[in-house]
Design a protein around this ligand. Structure first.
Ligand code: AMP
Ligand code: MN
Ligand code: MN
Ligand code: MN
Length: 281
Protein backbone atom coordinates (compact mmCIF):
# COMPACT_ATOMS: atom_id res chain seq x y z
CA UNK A 1 0.00 0.00 0.00
CA UNK A 2 1.58 3.27 -1.13
CA UNK A 3 0.14 6.14 0.86
CA UNK A 4 0.94 9.86 1.01
CA UNK A 5 -1.11 12.11 3.28
CA UNK A 6 0.41 15.54 2.61
CA UNK A 7 0.43 17.32 -0.76
CA UNK A 8 -0.22 20.69 -2.40
CA UNK A 9 -1.77 21.94 -5.64
CA UNK A 10 -2.05 25.31 -7.39
CA UNK A 11 -4.99 26.01 -5.06
CA UNK A 12 -2.20 27.02 -2.63
CA UNK A 13 1.55 26.94 -3.30
CA UNK A 14 1.87 23.70 -5.23
CA UNK A 15 3.13 23.79 -8.82
CA UNK A 16 0.68 21.23 -10.23
CA UNK A 17 -3.04 21.70 -10.78
CA UNK A 18 -5.29 19.20 -8.96
CA UNK A 19 -5.59 17.26 -12.23
CA UNK A 20 -1.83 17.21 -12.79
CA UNK A 21 -1.25 16.12 -9.19
CA UNK A 22 -3.61 13.17 -9.67
CA UNK A 23 -1.84 12.22 -12.90
CA UNK A 24 1.49 12.26 -11.10
CA UNK A 25 0.11 10.23 -8.18
CA UNK A 26 -1.08 7.65 -10.70
CA UNK A 27 2.33 7.58 -12.38
CA UNK A 28 3.91 7.01 -8.97
CA UNK A 29 1.42 4.18 -8.40
CA UNK A 30 0.00 5.60 -5.23
CA UNK A 31 -2.95 3.85 -3.60
CA UNK A 32 -3.99 6.77 -1.38
CA UNK A 33 -3.31 10.51 -1.62
CA UNK A 34 -4.57 13.24 0.71
CA UNK A 35 -4.60 16.73 -0.79
CA UNK A 36 -3.74 19.20 1.96
CA UNK A 37 -3.49 22.75 0.61
CA UNK A 38 -2.77 25.68 2.93
CA UNK A 39 -6.04 26.89 4.47
CA UNK A 40 -8.24 25.72 1.57
CA UNK A 41 -9.96 22.60 0.31
CA UNK A 42 -10.72 24.11 -3.10
CA UNK A 43 -8.69 21.51 -5.04
CA UNK A 44 -10.35 18.38 -3.74
CA UNK A 45 -13.59 18.46 -5.72
CA UNK A 46 -11.61 19.19 -8.89
CA UNK A 47 -9.23 16.30 -8.21
CA UNK A 48 -12.08 13.89 -7.49
CA UNK A 49 -13.95 14.94 -10.63
CA UNK A 50 -10.82 14.25 -12.68
CA UNK A 51 -10.19 10.90 -10.97
CA UNK A 52 -13.72 9.76 -11.86
CA UNK A 53 -12.82 10.06 -15.53
CA UNK A 54 -9.85 7.72 -15.17
CA UNK A 55 -9.82 4.10 -14.12
CA UNK A 56 -7.20 3.68 -11.48
CA UNK A 57 -6.76 2.24 -8.02
CA UNK A 58 -5.94 5.66 -6.55
CA UNK A 59 -8.11 7.01 -3.74
CA UNK A 60 -8.15 10.71 -2.95
CA UNK A 61 -8.81 11.88 0.58
CA UNK A 62 -9.94 15.34 1.58
CA UNK A 63 -7.47 17.29 3.65
CA UNK A 64 -6.22 20.74 4.57
CA UNK A 65 -3.13 22.24 6.21
CA UNK A 66 -4.19 24.90 8.70
CA UNK A 67 -1.76 27.62 9.81
CA UNK A 68 -1.73 28.24 13.55
CA UNK A 69 0.30 30.11 16.12
CA UNK A 70 1.62 28.60 19.31
CA UNK A 71 4.07 30.43 21.60
CA UNK A 72 5.38 32.49 18.69
CA UNK A 73 5.93 29.44 16.46
CA UNK A 74 3.97 28.94 13.25
CA UNK A 75 2.63 25.43 13.63
CA UNK A 76 0.84 23.63 10.79
CA UNK A 77 -2.00 21.24 11.54
CA UNK A 78 -3.33 18.81 8.94
CA UNK A 79 -7.03 18.05 8.91
CA UNK A 80 -7.56 14.66 7.26
CA UNK A 81 -10.94 13.37 6.03
CA UNK A 82 -12.65 16.68 6.73
CA UNK A 83 -16.21 17.08 5.45
CA UNK A 84 -15.91 19.09 2.23
CA UNK A 85 -19.55 20.13 2.37
CA UNK A 86 -19.37 21.61 5.87
CA UNK A 87 -20.34 25.26 5.38
CA UNK A 88 -19.18 26.31 8.84
CA UNK A 89 -15.75 24.82 8.18
CA UNK A 90 -15.53 26.50 4.76
CA UNK A 91 -16.42 29.83 6.40
CA UNK A 92 -13.69 29.31 8.98
CA UNK A 93 -11.11 28.62 6.28
CA UNK A 94 -12.24 31.85 4.60
CA UNK A 95 -11.27 33.80 7.72
CA UNK A 96 -7.78 32.29 7.48
CA UNK A 97 -7.59 33.33 3.83
CA UNK A 98 -8.50 36.91 4.82
CA UNK A 99 -5.63 36.84 7.32
CA UNK A 100 -3.33 35.70 4.53
CA UNK A 101 -4.47 38.68 2.46
CA UNK A 102 -3.66 41.08 5.32
CA UNK A 103 -0.29 39.43 5.90
CA UNK A 104 0.54 39.65 2.18
CA UNK A 105 -0.03 43.41 2.29
CA UNK A 106 2.22 43.74 5.35
CA UNK A 107 4.97 41.70 3.65
CA UNK A 108 4.80 43.99 0.59
CA UNK A 109 5.08 47.09 2.80
CA UNK A 110 8.10 45.62 4.56
CA UNK A 111 9.79 44.61 1.33
CA UNK A 112 9.23 48.10 -0.08
CA UNK A 113 10.70 49.61 3.09
CA UNK A 114 13.73 47.38 2.57
CA UNK A 115 14.11 49.04 -0.86
CA UNK A 116 12.65 46.23 -2.94
CA UNK A 117 10.41 47.31 -5.75
CA UNK A 118 7.62 44.75 -5.72
CA UNK A 119 3.83 44.94 -6.03
CA UNK A 120 1.24 42.61 -4.54
CA UNK A 121 -0.23 42.15 -8.02
CA UNK A 122 3.03 40.49 -9.15
CA UNK A 123 2.78 37.98 -6.32
CA UNK A 124 -0.91 37.37 -6.92
CA UNK A 125 -0.38 36.75 -10.61
CA UNK A 126 1.80 33.75 -9.65
CA UNK A 127 -0.83 32.30 -7.34
CA UNK A 128 -3.92 30.62 -8.74
CA UNK A 129 -5.41 30.29 -5.28
CA UNK A 130 -4.29 30.96 -1.72
CA UNK A 131 -1.13 33.11 -1.56
CA UNK A 132 1.75 31.77 0.54
CA UNK A 133 5.24 33.02 1.31
CA UNK A 134 6.37 30.48 -1.27
CA UNK A 135 4.92 32.75 -3.98
CA UNK A 136 6.80 35.75 -2.55
CA UNK A 137 9.98 33.69 -2.69
CA UNK A 138 9.32 32.84 -6.36
CA UNK A 139 8.94 36.52 -7.25
CA UNK A 140 12.13 37.48 -5.37
CA UNK A 141 14.00 34.81 -7.31
CA UNK A 142 12.48 35.76 -10.68
CA UNK A 143 13.54 39.40 -10.07
CA UNK A 144 17.04 38.15 -9.25
CA UNK A 145 16.88 39.70 -5.79
CA UNK A 146 17.51 36.25 -4.33
CA UNK A 147 19.44 33.36 -5.84
CA UNK A 148 16.97 30.68 -4.71
CA UNK A 149 13.77 30.39 -2.59
CA UNK A 150 15.71 29.26 0.49
CA UNK A 151 17.65 32.53 0.40
CA UNK A 152 14.40 34.51 0.13
CA UNK A 153 13.43 32.95 3.46
CA UNK A 154 16.76 33.40 5.23
CA UNK A 155 17.01 37.05 4.12
CA UNK A 156 13.44 38.35 3.98
CA UNK A 157 10.51 36.03 4.61
CA UNK A 158 11.59 33.79 7.48
CA UNK A 159 10.78 34.48 11.12
CA UNK A 160 12.13 37.86 12.29
CA UNK A 161 13.81 38.55 8.94
CA UNK A 162 13.45 41.90 7.12
CA UNK A 163 10.02 41.29 5.62
CA UNK A 164 8.55 38.95 8.25
CA UNK A 165 5.01 39.99 9.11
CA UNK A 166 3.68 38.36 12.26
CA UNK A 167 0.59 36.44 11.17
CA UNK A 168 -2.64 36.43 13.16
CA UNK A 169 -3.38 32.74 12.68
CA UNK A 170 -5.78 30.98 15.02
CA UNK A 171 -4.26 29.16 17.95
CA UNK A 172 -3.37 25.48 17.90
CA UNK A 173 -6.35 24.25 19.95
CA UNK A 174 -8.84 26.17 17.79
CA UNK A 175 -7.55 24.50 14.63
CA UNK A 176 -8.07 21.09 16.23
CA UNK A 177 -11.59 22.06 17.25
CA UNK A 178 -12.39 23.22 13.68
CA UNK A 179 -11.08 19.94 12.23
CA UNK A 180 -13.00 17.78 14.71
CA UNK A 181 -16.22 19.73 14.11
CA UNK A 182 -15.72 19.08 10.38
CA UNK A 183 -15.49 15.33 11.25
CA UNK A 184 -11.79 15.16 10.43
CA UNK A 185 -8.68 14.02 12.27
CA UNK A 186 -6.03 16.50 13.38
CA UNK A 187 -2.43 15.57 12.58
CA UNK A 188 0.56 17.68 13.56
CA UNK A 189 2.46 18.54 10.36
CA UNK A 190 6.25 18.14 10.10
CA UNK A 191 7.16 18.39 13.83
CA UNK A 192 10.81 17.88 12.80
CA UNK A 193 10.81 21.23 10.93
CA UNK A 194 9.99 23.61 13.76
CA UNK A 195 13.50 24.35 14.89
CA UNK A 196 12.62 23.80 18.56
CA UNK A 197 14.33 21.82 21.28
CA UNK A 198 13.03 18.34 22.11
CA UNK A 199 11.81 19.78 25.41
CA UNK A 200 9.59 22.28 23.56
CA UNK A 201 8.51 19.61 21.12
CA UNK A 202 7.34 17.46 24.04
CA UNK A 203 5.40 20.44 25.35
CA UNK A 204 3.82 20.96 21.93
CA UNK A 205 2.86 17.28 21.63
CA UNK A 206 1.40 17.23 25.13
CA UNK A 207 -0.82 20.24 24.37
CA UNK A 208 -1.68 18.97 20.89
CA UNK A 209 -2.82 15.64 22.28
CA UNK A 210 -4.72 17.21 25.21
CA UNK A 211 -6.61 19.44 22.74
CA UNK A 212 -7.80 16.39 20.78
CA UNK A 213 -5.03 16.00 18.20
CA UNK A 214 -4.86 12.38 17.03
CA UNK A 215 -1.67 11.99 15.05
CA UNK A 216 1.66 13.42 14.00
CA UNK A 217 3.83 13.11 10.93
CA UNK A 218 6.81 10.88 11.67
CA UNK A 219 8.17 10.26 8.20
CA UNK A 220 9.20 12.41 5.25
CA UNK A 221 11.13 11.56 2.10
CA UNK A 222 14.33 13.24 3.23
CA UNK A 223 14.13 12.79 6.99
CA UNK A 224 17.33 11.57 8.61
CA UNK A 225 16.95 8.20 10.36
CA UNK A 226 17.82 9.55 13.80
CA UNK A 227 15.11 12.21 13.50
CA UNK A 228 12.59 9.70 12.23
CA UNK A 229 13.38 7.38 15.15
CA UNK A 230 12.94 10.27 17.60
CA UNK A 231 9.58 11.17 16.03
CA UNK A 232 8.35 7.58 16.34
CA UNK A 233 9.49 7.52 19.98
CA UNK A 234 7.72 10.83 20.73
CA UNK A 235 4.52 9.71 18.99
CA UNK A 236 4.40 6.52 21.07
CA UNK A 237 5.17 8.49 24.23
CA UNK A 238 2.27 10.89 23.56
CA UNK A 239 -0.13 8.20 22.29
CA UNK A 240 -0.34 9.83 18.88
CA UNK A 241 -0.94 7.86 15.68
CA UNK A 242 1.65 8.00 12.93
CA UNK A 243 1.12 9.85 9.67
CA UNK A 244 3.34 10.04 6.60
CA UNK A 245 3.54 12.62 3.83
CA UNK A 246 5.94 13.98 1.25
CA UNK A 247 4.60 17.59 1.62
CA UNK A 248 4.80 17.53 -2.16
CA UNK A 249 4.88 21.00 -3.75
CA UNK A 250 6.57 20.43 -7.09
CA UNK A 251 8.52 17.73 -8.90
CA UNK A 252 12.17 18.09 -7.95
CA UNK A 253 15.29 16.07 -7.23
CA UNK A 254 14.40 15.92 -3.55
CA UNK A 255 10.65 15.50 -3.40
CA UNK A 256 8.32 12.98 -4.92
CA UNK A 257 4.86 11.73 -4.11
CA UNK A 258 4.89 8.62 -1.96
CA UNK A 259 8.68 8.32 -1.87
CA UNK A 260 10.36 6.67 1.14
CA UNK A 261 7.39 6.95 3.49
CA UNK A 262 7.49 3.53 5.16
CA UNK A 263 6.58 3.12 8.83
CA UNK A 264 8.03 0.66 11.34
CA UNK A 265 5.72 -2.03 12.79
CA UNK A 266 6.12 -0.58 16.27
CA UNK A 267 3.64 2.24 15.69
CA UNK A 268 -0.03 2.39 14.70
CA UNK A 269 -0.73 4.37 11.51
CA UNK A 270 -3.44 7.04 11.48
CA UNK A 271 -5.25 5.02 8.79
CA UNK A 272 -5.47 1.80 10.87
CA UNK A 273 -9.25 2.12 11.30
CA UNK A 274 -10.18 3.98 8.11
CA UNK A 275 -13.07 1.90 6.83
CA UNK A 276 -13.39 4.09 3.74
CA UNK A 277 -10.12 2.72 2.33
CA UNK A 278 -11.09 0.05 -0.16
CA UNK A 279 -7.97 -2.03 0.44
CA UNK A 280 -6.66 -3.03 3.84
CA UNK A 281 -3.57 -1.02 4.84
P1 AMP B 1 2.99 30.40 4.53
O1 AMP B 1 2.00 29.30 4.70
O2 AMP B 1 2.46 31.51 3.63
O3 AMP B 1 3.56 30.91 5.82
O4 AMP B 1 4.21 29.83 3.71
C1 AMP B 1 4.80 28.63 4.10
C2 AMP B 1 5.29 27.93 2.85
O5 AMP B 1 6.47 28.54 2.38
C3 AMP B 1 5.68 26.49 3.12
O6 AMP B 1 4.58 25.64 3.01
C4 AMP B 1 6.68 26.23 2.02
O7 AMP B 1 5.98 25.95 0.82
C5 AMP B 1 7.36 27.55 1.85
N1 AMP B 1 8.62 27.61 2.63
C6 AMP B 1 8.75 27.75 3.96
N2 AMP B 1 10.05 27.80 4.32
C7 AMP B 1 10.75 27.70 3.17
C8 AMP B 1 12.13 27.70 2.86
N3 AMP B 1 13.06 27.83 3.79
N4 AMP B 1 12.49 27.58 1.55
C9 AMP B 1 11.56 27.45 0.60
N5 AMP B 1 10.23 27.44 0.82
C10 AMP B 1 9.83 27.57 2.09
MN1 MN C 1 3.69 25.35 1.13
MN1 MN D 1 3.65 23.07 6.36
MN1 MN E 1 2.51 21.35 3.43
Amino acid sequence: MKIDLHSHTTCSDGALTPEELIMRAQQMQLDVLAITDHDTIAGIAQAKAYLEKTSNKLQILSGVEISTRWHGYEIHVLGLNVDEQDEVFLGRLQTQQQKREQRSQSIIEKLQKAGIDIELSEVKSRAKGVVSRGHFAQVLVSKQICAHPQQAFTQYLGKDKKAYATPKWIDLATSIQWIKEAKGQAVLAHPYHYDMTTKWLRRLLTEFSAAGGEGMEVQHTNLAKAKHDLMVELAIEHKLLASVGSDFHAPSRWTELGKRLQLPDTILPIWHDWTHLTRPA
